[in-house]
Design a binder for this molecule. Structure first.
Ligand code: BG6
Length: 489
């Protein structure tokens, strides 16, 4: 994606990572920056300044990053000379981001002169406000500075507004880059390529031809020692508010006029604003929540992992609607959960049945076509179609469903699959916000989510039990089945 021709911002020469000793930095940011470095994609003069509260010097931090690379980067790609030259870019300043005096030390280390600066903040929501104040007080919020913000950006509309207001005092929207790592995934960007790079799908992409849409993001992992963050947050706020609603927006949006940050995000926000609110009565019929329970000796339950009782949902299924002309009365069934039967993220476009069937041999109408867009773990697109079963057809023609495969992974087998953050960090350095989330999108997302939470609270909804390693509570199966549909399992 590129910003409008002629307005391309200059790449920055200083990247500052806040929360640089955390899990995200070790697992994702360091390996991503290393990948960009080895491919020669980082500006030659780019210096990476890392900061966190942990006391250590730059040599100590380079050791931390060296170990993280050893753990999270493919051994074949760890060439010692490249590791060394990458670590040479790094320096570390211990600092409390909310303390102006300590931030001055960071500002001194940046010493960017006229070079542009990108700040990447990954911290608890309560620290964003003080950190922005700290950045401003030491002169780090100048016109040459971009700010990237990692989730969680609040836990409801009000708290997200507070954070966004604090950010806006120092950084205008066009220099604010809100991260949703799903947008950095190749497979997610491919949704736009599929829809708008092929003439085939667009004429069919509406309520006349599509019966419903399903989006599943199933994980096999459980709490993963993230209890402090996850408990009280739950699946709705952790996964639906951001990643899943971005997928809904990309599936449902109108074709943007241009592939630029304004046009793409304008179209997405229209979808997000068209989501039909699920009110207090609606939550009973349109949502199902669950929490995983121990399943034999193999997997512990959520509360056992957490070490205390909790009513946080680790699974949610929702029947949503996008109320506009294109999607009138087309259900969007969404579900996501932890400790599910398998790791699978996919989007199913279920087409309507043929209006009249001439094939009656097995007494049933042909199955309706389905477009299966698998995002994870494999990237695959297949169109399930009816084909004639070979034979002499003495009792009439028999049809069978066969997949028309578009093997994205095979077609691009020679290309290294990158971490989502490689794309996002490079876009941040280059100043392209197309794949970052704009404030109006975030607020539309929270508005829809908050209504559901309000409904749960008003109705005293508590999560239903489901066995770890299953597909969620049985009520979730009933959600599409009441409409004569079923999950694609
Ligand atoms: C994160 C959530 O945003 O996304 C995690 O906080 C979740 O709970 C993760 O596990 C899933 O990301 P991915 O890329 O593994 O699908």
């Amino acid at each position: 994606m590129s910003v409008t021709a002629g307005l391309k911002p200059t790449p920055v020469e200083r990247l500052v990572l806040f929360g640089a000793t955390g899990d995200l930095a070790r697992r994702m940011l360091a390996p991503s920056l290393f990948g960009l470095h080895t491919d020669g994609l980082l500006p030659a003069g780019l210096r990476i300044v890392a900061t966190a509260r942990t006391g250590m010097d730059s040599a100590g931090y380079r050791n931390v990053v060296g170990e993280a690379l050893g753990q999270f980067v493919d051994k074949a790609r760890l060439k010692p000379a490249q590791v060394r030259s990458f670590l040479d870019r790094l320096s570390y300043v211990p600092a409390d981001a909310s303390d102006g005096a300590q931030m001055a030390k960071v500002a001194h280390e940046i010493d960017g002169g006229s070079a542009g600066v990108a700040l990447f903040l990954s911290m608890a929501p309560s620290l964003f406000g003080p950190a922005i104040a700290g950045l401003s007080s030491c002169g780090l919020a100048t016109a040459g500075t971009r700010l990237a913000l990692e989730k969680p950006l609040g836990y409801d509309l009000q708290s997200s507004r507070r954070i966004n207001d604090a950010v806006a005092t120092a950084f205008p929207e066009d220099r604010t880059f809100r991260v949703d790592h799903y947008l950095g995934k190749e497979t997610v960007q491919n949704l736009m390529a599929l829809r708008f790079g092929n003439a085939l799908f667009e004429p069919l992409w509406n309520s006349q031809v599509i019966e419903h849409v399903q989006i599943t993001v199933a994980e096999t992992v459980g709490l993963e020692e993230r209890g402090g963050y996850y408990d009280g947050m739950g699946a709705l706020r952790d996964m639906v508010q951001n990643h899943m609603l971005q997928l809904v927006a990309l599936v449902a949006m109108e074709p943007p006029a241009h592939l630029d940050p304004t046009c793409v995000r304008d179209e997405k926000v229209k979808v997000l604003r068209s989501l039909r609110p699920i009110d207090r009565a609606g939550v009973r019929t349109h949502t199902v929540t669950g929490q995983y329970q121990a399943s034999g000796a193999a997997a512990a339950g959520y509360c056992e992992e957490l070490g205390r009782a909790s009513a946080t949902e680790t699974f949610v299924a929702i029947k949503a609607h996008v109320d506009n002309w294109r999607w009138k009365n087309v259900p969007f069934y969404l579900r996501t959960g932890k400790r599910m039967a398998s790791r699978r993220s996919e989007i199913i476009i279920q087409f309507r049945a043929v209006p009249h069937s001439i094939f009656t041999a097995n007494g049933a109408a042909p199955q309706s076509n389905k477009l299966v867009i698998q995002l994870q773990p494999e990237e695959n697109v297949s169109l399930l179609m009816m084909a004639k079963q070979p034979g002499l057809d003495r009792d009439g023609i028999h049809l069978r469903e066969v997949p028309l495969q578009i093997g994205i992974a095979n077609a691009f087998a020679e290309v290294r699959r990158r971490i989502a953050y490689e794309r996002l960090l490079l876009d941040l350095i280059d100043g392209d916000p197309t794949l970052f989330v704009r404030r109006d999108e975030v607020e539309a997302q929270w508005t829809w989510i908050d209504a559901i939470r309000d409904g749960w609270e008003a109705n005293g909804v508590t999560p239903r039990a489901y066995a770890a390693g299953s597909w969620g509570p049985s009520a979730a199966i009933g959600l599409p089945e009441r409409d004569g549909a079923s999950w694609h399992d």
